[in-house]
Design a protein around this ligand. Structure first.
Ligand SMILES: Cc1cc2nc3c(=O)[nH]c(=O)nc-3n(C[C@H](O)[C@H](O)[C@H](O)COP(=O)(O)O)c2cc1C
Length: 214
């Protein structure tokens, strides 16, 4: 049975959602887990976990960040240099990328402090994370407010080069999917009927087969 929801269900206490919409948690749509790296104004590497993002387009290939918090170093750094790298961690690397949230001081090289290795990008002025299996070198094309006067911006950037681990683009080896491939954020799902919450989860993708055979 399908149910319609148009306002926050009474089972959900909005004051406990840390500013997120109740829809974020009732829908809990998985989104890619990436770590964005750039240089701070003092030249030190910055690293920021991001997951409200998507990729595509035909006039070049673009990355869209749906909600970049203006209060982060990432926002200041990307607005200053307009260049950054999107790094994709595998399961074994994710804890170190997540550690960049704690190692967040203005005077900190957030990549090295989190046990990861800084490698300069080839085409853009930004650091990359060596241990991530995929790095996208990006140039910001535009940034806009998500909502008038709000804290979040939408970023659109063009991918100008990539570095991808051979074992990940070869499906006979680690491949792109499954437990060794792309990771997804499953943000604290809430059942709108009972209000029951599940802790935020990390997901991976399982192929169900070709479009023709489903
Ligand atoms: C799994 C995960 C996903 C996140 N996604 C986003 C996001 O999409 N947008 C955002 O602004 N912050 C996001 N954050 C929060 C930032 O990573 C966090 O505020 C970080 O400390 C900012 O770092 P910075 O100040 O060095 O840029 C996310 C955090 C986590 C743990």
């Amino acid at each position: 049975m399908k149910k319609g929801f148009f306002t926050c269900p009474s089972t959900i206490d909005e004051s406990r959602l840390y500013g997120f919409s109740w829809l974020e948690h009732v829908l809990a749509i998985p989104s890619p887990l990436v770590c964005v790296t750039s240089y701070k104004a003092n030249g030190l590497p910055n690293a920021t976990m991001q997951s409200w993002c998507t990729f595509g387009g035909s006039d070049g290939f673009h990355v869209l960040f749906a909600a970049v918090d203006r209060r982060t170093h990432m926002y200041a750094s990307v607005m200053e240099y307009r260049q950054f790298v999107v790094n994709f961690p595998s399961r074994d690397v994710l804890p170190r990328c997540m550690a960049t949230i704690e190692n967040n001081g203005a005077g900190t090289d957030e990549i090295t402090a989190s046990g990861l290795t800084v490698v300069p990008a080839s085409k853009v002025n930004a650091p990359m994370i060596e241990e991530c299996f995929l790095n996208l070198e990006c140039e910001l094309e535009w940034a806009r407010e998500l909502t008038a006067g709000g804290n979040f911006e939408v970023f659109c950037a063009k991918v100008v080069g990539i570095h991808m681990d051979q074992a990940h683009y070869n499906d006979d080896q680690l491949g792109r999917y499954g437990e060794t491939g792309y990771l997804y954020n499953i943000h604290r799902p809430i059942d709108p009927d009972s209000g029951r919450e599940t802790e935020t989860q990390v997901g991976s993708i399982q192929s169900l087969g070709s479009h023709k055979t489903l």
